[in-house]
Ligand binder design. Structure first.
Ligand SMILES: *Cc1c(COP(=O)(O)O)cnc(C)c1O
Length: 404
């Protein structure tokens, strides 16, 4: 096997040494048989854990029938999937993509086209929020507004105006005659599990209605049951006009989607947008299988119960380790631990205890377990985090100047 020095993979990721051979539910297993508990779920992708029997069956059955047809022909499995998504949400129509960034690209193009179809093509600008993450394409790095992702890649795509996360006055000031939409994650993921308060989401909806703006939500990370509702915006009792989803909807199969009302989508007529792979029969079969599980009676209720319990246990950890943990935040099984120390010190200490977690912005460690996690695995994760924090406490006492 090639060492990291001679890897032929483009080195855009700083990878840990771990290499996995297989997965079972919430556990990953290395080639030498070491088992680690997966509280990252491939960054909120493996919503049903690893090798879920219903997903394996759906994928393998489809694999022996038909892999790919293009979007030139009818797509019955895709029709069924889109219809189920529409029935379960605010949406009337769905565009299937292969990733979150492409779902956002479709959402951005749709918002611009809507105003163009209304005879106002000048309203192409979209207001976004600091700390946002919307993907790595040229348009979505401009939307996300993070310097570290934009620098060196030529002129930033025009049409995105960023305002502070929670500053309504700045938002009002940023809205001009060319503004057509607001784009926001109901809970920032990469930005550090920062939930938009319910009242603020309602205020954004009201502002959009007042000014004729489209509300575009990025639920790529927060969607598909992650917060204990099918989509996080449901907690606020509002609906968007357009919504990008991905990650959990494929349960590990690459897939995204742009959901919209028929009104918001009215500019997207035949020929205006496209994709070769989006809506691929393999993806549609798996997507339908994910919905079978997530929409089953009691599933989201259990996620809410687990989320409450996780939050309580994390609050207890914070009380036991006040030098390490500053704050617990999030919703359902999308939780963040804000640390006093470097967040990667905690993710590494947890990894040494056999628990995978994911660092995020604002000095946060993300916990994104599979939504099907058992009570025992949840308890095991808390024990591992407790041991990791105890080890870090001991290290702090030995070298107190390292405390932030
Ligand atoms: C992961 C993510 C994206 C980008 O999805 P990709 O599939 O990596 O393109 C966009 N928005 C949010 C909120 C995400 O978490």
């Amino acid at each position: 096997m090639a060492s990291t020095q001679t890897s032929s993979i483009l080195p855009t990721y700083a990878r840990t040494e771990l290499a996995f051979e297989r997965g079972e539910g919430a556990w990953l297993v290395t080639a030498d048989g070491r088992r680690v508990l997966d509280f990252g779920a491939g960054i909120a992708v493996n919503a049903l854990g690893h090798a879920h029997p219903h997903l394996v069956q759906a994928l393998t059955e489809q694999a022996s029938r038909l892999w790919h047809i293009s979007n030139l022909y009818q797509n019955p499995e895709g029709e069924r999937f889109a219809h189920r998504l529409a029935e379960a949400t605010f949406a009337d129509v769905v565009f299937f993509s292969n990733s979150g960034a492409e779902a956002l690209e479709a959402s951005i193009k749709m918002a611009r086209k809507y105003h163009s179809a209304n005879g106002q093509p000048e309203r192409f600008r979209i207001v976004t929020f600091e700390g946002a993450f919307h993907g790595r394409t040229l348009a979505t790095i401009a939307a996300g507004g993070q310097k570290k992702y934009i620098d060196g890649f030529g002129p930033k795509v025009d049409g995105f105006d960023q305002v502070p996360f929670d500053d309504h006055e700045a938002l009002l000031a940023a809205i001009g005659p060319e503004t057509g939409a607001l784009l926001i994650e109901p809970i920032q993921g990469e930005g550090g599990i920062r939930p938009v308060p319910t009242e603020r989401l309602r205020a954004l909806r009201a502002l959009c209605d007042e000014k004729g703006l489209l509300l575009v939500l990025d639920e790529v990370q927060s969607g598909v049951g992650r917060t204990g509702k099918l989509f996080a915006h449901e907690w606020a009792g509002i609906v968007p006009d357009i919504m990008a989803i991905a990650k959990g909807i494929g349960g590990g199969f690459p897939m995204g989607a742009c959901l919209a009302t028929r009104e918001a989508a009215k500019g997207m007529t035949a020929g205006t947008h496209g994709t070769t792979f989006g809506g691929n029969p393999l993806a549609m079969a798996v997507g339908n299988a994910v919905l079978d599980v997530v929409l089953a009676p009691g599933f989201l209720e259990r996620v809410r119960d687990l989320g409450l319990r996780l939050k309580q246990r994390l609050a207890e950890l914070k009380d036991r380790h006040p030098a390490i943990i500053a704050e617990i935040r999030g919703e359902g099984l999308m939780m963040g631990i804000k640390t006093h120390i470097a967040n990667t010190d905690l993710t590494k200490a947890a990894e040494r205890e056999g628990l995978l977690t994911i660092p995020a912005g604002d000095s946060v460690v993300r916990l994104l377990p599979p939504l099907v996690i058992s009570d025992e695995d949840m308890a095991a994760a808390i024990d591992k985090l407790d041991r990791a924090c105890t080890a870090l406490d001991a290290a702090l006492r030995a070298a107190p100047e390292k405390a932030a």
